[in-house]
Design a protein around this ligand. Structure first.
Ligand code: SAM
Length: 291
């Protein structure tokens, strides 16, 4: 049986065989530790009846792990150079479809009525390229795709922000957006030493279990996220200062004191202390005021 891809020697061998170098601009830091990838696959809770969407297949280190455990795998890779490599490294599997496409441009909805029409659940996963971590994550969450979970390897610092709770420095609009759509759980820290080439920072495997309903109900989702963005505009300022500045630019005139009074929230607090439910209340008060 062929040695797994996720080892330093096999990765080097594959790259040399195809005369390839790593493109930093595409976030190409390949995983060299098969045990960590096994733990990541375990965390996805994938079964033999499930479909997998993988972001950024590279030379197939994670793709082959999923192929062994899932019913079908659709692996996206933006770099044309890896398409023939993947055909070679993954030739032993007949349940993988490699797509040469930018994940941000892909019509993922279509997969659910075609490739994945006969699977039980679809899960998404990937060792994400650093330069587009947030757009990829938010793309999956905001598009409200019928996926069960999203399990990704990302920079530790971004993972901390995604999983942060109110009252901490890491808590901000990214934490709120992620937690609105999903239950977040940090699975494990991954040291920079197990990647080729080695990045400057450690990574974390984080899992998002997608909620059937968002964590809080809001009258107007767009307004909810606008309020959050405005509230965090200047972290050191109070909520009322940040919101006053934002509301001042609106055509509808609103009394900030009254808004906080109706919401039952002290305007002297800072945005980082508010829970999702409090932001929802604030947004609904503003929605009722015609914003
Ligand atoms: N899965 C492999 C592994 O774990 O070793 C490679 C992971 S590497 C961190 C990220 C991969 O994503 C690279 O192969 C890169 O070319 C690819 N990539 C970068 N941007 C992408 C995009 N927008 N859409 C799809 N793939 C992308």
């Amino acid at each position: 049986m062929t040695k797994e891809i996720a080892t330093p020697s096999r990765t080097r061998e594959i790259m040399d065989k195809h005369h390839l170098s790593f493109k930093k601009s595409l976030g190409q830091n390949f995983m060299l530790d098969g045990n960590i990838l096994n733990k990541m696959v375990d965390a996805t809770e994938v079964t033999a009846e499930d479909g997998v969407i993988e972001v950024g297949a590279g030379i197939g280190a994670l793709t082959e792990k999923f192929a062994k455990r899932a019913k079908k795998v659709v692996a996206f890779e933006i770099d044309q150079r890896f398409i023939p490599v993947l055909a070679d490294t993954l030739s032993a599997y007949d349940n993988i479809e490699v797509r040469h496409q930018d994940i941000l441009q892909a019509d993922l909805q279509e997969l659910f009525t075609t490739t994945f029409k006969d699977v039980r659940h679809v899960i998404a996963a990937g060792n994400l390229p650093y330069y587009v971590t947030t757009p990829i994550l938010m793309g999956f969450l905001e598009r409200k795709l019928p996926i069960k979970s999203l399990t990704v390897m990302i920079q530790k610092e971004v993972s901390e922000r995604l999983a942060a709770v109110p009252g901490t420095k890491a808590y901000g609009s990214l934490s709120i957006a992620a937690q609105y759509y999903a239950e977040t759980e940090e699975i494990m820290t991954v040291p920079a030493t197990v990647f080729m080439p080695r990045p400057n920072v450690d990574s974390t495997i984080i899992r998002f279990r997608i909620r059937n309903q968002p964590a809080v109900h809001v009258e107007d989702e767009r307004l909810f996220f606008d309020v959050i963005k405005a509230a965090f505009a200047q972290r050191r300022k109070t909520l009322s200062n940040n919101l006053r500045q934002w509301l001042g630019k609106k055509t509808v005139q609103t009394d900030v004191h009254e808004v906080f009074h109706l919401a039952g929230i002290d305007g002297k607090r800072r945005a980082e202390t508010l829970t999702l439910a409090e932001f929802a209340t604030l947004a609904d008060v503003l929605s009722n005021k015609g914003l």
